[in-house]
Design a protein around this ligand. Structure first.
Ligand code: ARG
Length: 572
């Protein structure tokens, strides 16, 4: 059961070739939505220019060459040279019956690839911020979509678990005592712990010296220092996992591959780049200078891979990620779901990796750029006092906002039902806000809008699902063969058939917002259908057909929400 688009595209293409010769083979049928038909082909307009024939005549010749018996019931030239295509009701009915028989509801299976996805990547002993939240939500949705398409997804949570701050953090841990209340703050309010370590570091020279010595001991692999470092990472892991579980994110400890994972690779990375003549020493630091990469005043911009003090940095580690993901994880495709400002960093790392031969041309690497989440003042979202936001508190706020909205709009639900709904609605709203905007665009975080029942919100979609479920609870009839007669039935049928194309598209473009837009349109199309086409109060055969359409709408919405990582409650 292909979509209307997928069914008609090859037929129009073939007609163009028949009408205008073999040199037009594979011509783009330029199919677009149509006001007067199911779809229209605009191919005649560009062709007319090339051929020097009036566009309406080109369109007429395409129509004459079209072989659409059993597929279209009407084909006509309109306007300046559009070809309007209306599918046959019987074709649509059969396609919908097939869709109902397909457990995947039309979602295709792609040529399987191994896709490595780097997402979430918060930092140890620090609060996760809204940027981390967004890469977590977007990365998880992409992982779900790609897995559903049949790809093997390898999740890599590149947590910041290494570097100079760990000297100070370890010293602070010793000072407050392992297992002390202050130490346990790392599991709930890591920033407070981090800040206290900073304050000590800045205010006490002896503490600062101990911290620096501690970094040296850590790098030298001193056993007791490593034990303390593990303790810090463990406490942070509990904090990350608490957030993931609250969000329903599928990241586990097995997916952790933090910066420290690459420690043993860094020297080799530098050696290989030096041996290949790609890296050179400049001002004591080992650098890669890439062609055309210049900074201020046109001076060459280095990618520093070993600092003059011998330390390795963020770039060295990311070079190691490329190397390892290609060699050991056998990636066909690698996604780095990371904040948009890190674009230059990634471009330089990948260019270097290509020069070094670590990144073959047949491995695709993509920066899925994550845009900022803004507060009402259009600056990066913070608390009212300007302090960094505690993510857990933000999620609490979202659930509370959902609860308030439910109390107001759904007073008929029991206390129990409303309490159960609040987290499903609130967390769904946070995720949907991150997903429904193009991932590289910024947006203003506005809880009230996000939990509203009207508008492009997850709550609207959840409500649409609950309504279809309620129809089934009241139906005494079983769903049956689809008969497409009314225009609203036709519109719904066409929308349902598009689901597979949309999932496929998201898998290719890595843009979950396209799925959001589709689901929102589908829910609205269903709503119009429901108003104009009685489901339960119709002839039995019509009821059976409309129930099938209703069931398909439910399934596509539930599956779509699930691919986004959003729950679909029974009752709303
Ligand atoms: N920990 C980093 C941050 O908080 C993000 C890491 C992203 N992943 C990577 N491979 N560089 O900004």
């Amino acid at each position: 059961m292909p979509s209307a688009h997928a069914a008609l595209a090859p037929l129009v293409s073939a007609a163009i070739e028949r009408a205008f010769g073999e040199e037009r083979r594979g011509a783009d049928p330029v199919l677009r939505p149509s006001q007067f038909a199911d779809l229209q082909s605009n191919a005649a307009l560009p062709l007319a220019k090339v051929l020097g024939i009036p566009p309406r005549e080109v369109a007429q010749r395409i129509v004459e060459a079209l072989e659409v018996d059993g597929v279209c019931e009407r084909v006509e030239v309109s306007g300046p040279g559009f070809v309007n295509l209306t599918l046959a009701g019987a074709w649509l009915g059969t396609a919908l019956d097939e869709l109902a028989a397909d457990p995947r509801r039309g979602a295709p299976r792609a040529e399987p690839q191994r896709v490595v996805i780097d997402y979430s990547a918060p930092n140890v002993a620090k609060e996760m911020h809204v940027g981390h939240l967004r890469t977590t939500v977007v990365g998880d949705a992409l992982a779900r979509v790609l897995e559903h398409l049949g790809h093997t997804v390898v999740r890599q949570n590149h947590i910041g678990d290494w570097g100079t701050p760990f000297g100070m953090l370890i010293e602070r841990l010793l000072e407050v005592g392992e297992g002390s209340e202050e130490a346990l703050l790392l599991e709930t309010d890591p920033n407070t712990f981090y800040q206290s370590a900073r304050t000590r570091f800045e205010g006490d020279a002896a503490f600062a010296t101990r911290s620096r010595e501690r970094v040296v001991a850590l790098q030298a692999g001193d056993a007791e220092t490593l034990r303390l470092w593990h303790e810090l990472v463990d406490l942070s892991r509990h904090y990350f996992n608490a957030i993931y579980s609250r969000l329903g994110i599928g990241l586990t400890d097995d997916d952790l591959a933090g910066e420290s994972t690459y420690n043993d690779d860094l020297e080799r990375v530098c050696d290989e780049l030096t041996e290949a003549g790609i890296a050179t020493v400049s001002d004591g630091a080992l650098c890669v200078f890439l062609e055309g990469r210049t900074g201020r005043e046109g001076r060459p911009l280095p990618l520093i891979i070993r600092k003059s003090d011998g330390g390795y940095g963020y770039a060295t580690t990311d070079l190691a990620t490329v190397r390892r993901r290609v060699r050991d994880l056998a990636a066909d495709r690698m996604l780095y779901v990371i904040g948009a400002p890190q674009s230059l960093h990634l471009q330089m790392v990948w260019e270097t990796a290509r020069l070094a031969g670590w990144l073959p041309d047949d491995v695709e690497v993509v920066h899925v750029r994550i845009g900022n989440v803004l507060g009402p003042d259009r600056k990066i979202l913070r608390t009212r006092s300007g302090a960094p936001l505690r993510l857990m508190a933000l999620l609490d706020d979202a659930v509370a906002a959902a609860r308030a909205a439910i109390d107001e709009d759904r007073p008929g639900l029991s206390e129990e039902e409303r309490a159960a709904l609040a987290p499903q609605v609130g967390i769904g709203a946070v995720k949907y806000a991150d997903l429904s905007v193009a991932h590289d665009s910024e947006y203003v975080f506005d809880l009230e809008r996000m939990v509203a029942l009207n508008g492009n919100t997850s709550r609207y979609l959840q409500y649409a699902v609950a309504r279809t479920r309620s129809i089934f609870r009241h139906a005494g009839v079983t769903p049956g063969a689809v008969v497409v007669a009314e225009p609203e039935e036709r519109a719904l049928a066409l929308a349902l058939l598009d689901f597979g194309d949309v999932v496929d598209e998201v898998g290719r473009t890595l843009e979950p917002h396209q799925l959001c837009t589709y689901l929102f349109d589908l829910a609205q199309t269903y709503s119009v259908f429901y108003e104009r086409c009685p489901v339960l109060k119709a002839e039995p055969a019509v009821t059976a057909s409309r129930l099938t359409l209703t069931g398909l709408t439910r399934d596509v919405l539930v599956r779509g929400l699930d691919l986004l990582g959003i729950e679909a409650p029974e009752v709303m």
